[in-house]
Write a protein that binds this ligand. Structure first.
Ligand code: ADP
Ligand code: ZN
Length: 290
């Protein structure tokens, strides 16, 4: 059975045909232009593919609430043309098949739970640390929604005493995203993140902030696995530093081997699906729509 998947991002849309096992059979990437131009590219790709369900993992904020009059809309994005755009309406007008719509990170969390590092678990957290920071969580087998959807990148953290950076978030300054997303690292140190040497203090600080946030998620959601993706996590040397800081900050309070022993290296991990986490997440959404 062919499933369709769309990973809708602010700079590009990844379109894919895959199967129920999470295999990507065909994929293309198109630039995010105006909604009309982008939809034209989407229709050109999917029109002859005979997909039986479609999953859309989308940049936010979005309205994923099926009972809301603006279900399926991209809501308050500053991206020109896309504010209050009814993306699911346009897709449903074209294809009469089951569809699922969620945040890109909720999709990625589901993808990791179906096919990746959290396979078979009914509880997991997926976090992307890239241009922005966002998270998706599965609790008791279901993606967490609620009033809107979680915005895990915008919680306030405590800046370190050796960090004098004002923060990059236009809303909150030194929230998690304002302190630790890729653009914050690059503005604080005045160079590309890829040019910072592995022993630069930037990475110790980064691991510290990520660990601060993870402690909050561990204490509130109690995830059985934490998966860290996004461009910044290509710096794999961050993982042992994050493990160390999470143990230090929780200070033995959560008495589980996954946290207090070396097993933490299998608890806080890189995506099993690698850079396919997003697109396989949209495939997982398609599967969930069936
Ligand atoms: P997006 O969030 O736009 O989907 P990415 O997850 O690739 O895309 O994030 C891009 C950001 O991640 C860049 O702004 C850059 O700061 C950072 N980044 C990308 N690659 C690396 C890398 N290898 N090492 C550290 N930071 C990186
Ligand atoms: Zn913020």
């Amino acid at each position: 059975m062919n499933l369709g998947a769309i990973e809708a991002g602010g700079t590009k849309f990844v379109l894919c045909v895959g199967d129920e096992a999470g295999n990507v059979l065909e994929r293309v990437s198109i630039p995010t232009l105006s909604p009309e131009e982008t939809m034209k590219g989407i229709f050109e790709f999917f029109d002859n593919k005979e997909i039986e369900a479609l999953g859309v993992g989308c940049f936010g904020p979005i309205d994923p609430d099926l009972s809301s009059p603006t279900y399926g809309y991209i809501t308050t994005t500053p991206k020109p043309g896309w504010g209050n755009y009814n993306i699911m309406g346009a897709l449903k007008e074209r294809y009469n098949i089951p569809m699922a719509f969620d945040t890109d990170v909720n999709g990625a969390a589901l993808g990791e739970a179906y096919f990746g590092a959290a396979k078979g678990l009914d509880s997991a957290l997926y976090l992307t640390i890239g241009t922005g920071i966002g998270g998706g969580a599965i609790v008791e087998g279901k993606l967490v929604h609620g009033l809107l959807h979680p915005e895990m990148g915008h919680m306030h953290l405590t800046p370190r005493s050796d960090d004098h950076y004002a923060g990059k978030c236009p809303f909150h300054g030194t929230c998690f995203e304002g302190l630790a997303a890729g653009p914050a690292i690059e503005e604080r140190w005045g160079m590309k993140a890829t040019q910072l040497a592995p022993d630069h203090i930037a990475w110790d600080m980064e691991a510290d902030y990520i660990a601060q946030a993870l402690c909050i998620y561990i204490l509130t959601l109690s995830p059985k696995k934490i998966i860290l993706g996004g461009g910044v996590m290509h710096q794999k040397h961050l993982f042992p530093m994050i493990h160390h800081y999470v143990q230090e900050k929780l200070a033995g309070y959560v008495q589980k081997d996954e946290i207090i022993t070396d097993a933490i290296k299998d608890y806080i991990v890189y995506p099993g699906l690698g850079d396919n986490a997003g697109v396989c997440g949209a495939l997982a959404l398609a599967k969930s729509a069936l």
